[in-house]
Design a protein. Structure first.
Length: 92
């Protein structure tokens, strides 16, 4: 729902900024693909080319996903069960 609202806002912004509806419809897919690629899950922010370092900072998908994760996991404490081991095989 949150990402849908953000995408709707992006569509309204591009529709208002573009000189015609054809231009707005042509701009939306590339902008959305850039936001998907540089959301922090596909390409890490440290691996982003210097010319495009600003894209993850404005990616609506990144900020929506982060807000949902913070909302879901804020304040929770995770403790492994007794005798559990981590990915390396060592005990926690």
């Amino acid at each position: 729902c949150l990402e849908g609202l953000a995408a709707g806002g992006l569509g309204l912004f591009l529709g208002a900024a573009a000189p015609s509806t054809d231009v707005a419809l042509a701009l939306f897919p590339p902008v959305l693909v850039l936001m998907i690629i540089f959301n922090g899950f596909n390409i890490a922010e440290a691996s982003t080319p210097k010319l495009l370092r600003w894209v993850p900072k404005i990616s609506l998908i990144r900020w929506c996903s982060e807000a949902l994760a913070v909302n879901e996991f804020f304040g929770l404490k995770f403790t492994p069960p007794p005798g559990a081991s981590g990915p390396s095989g060592r005990a926690w």
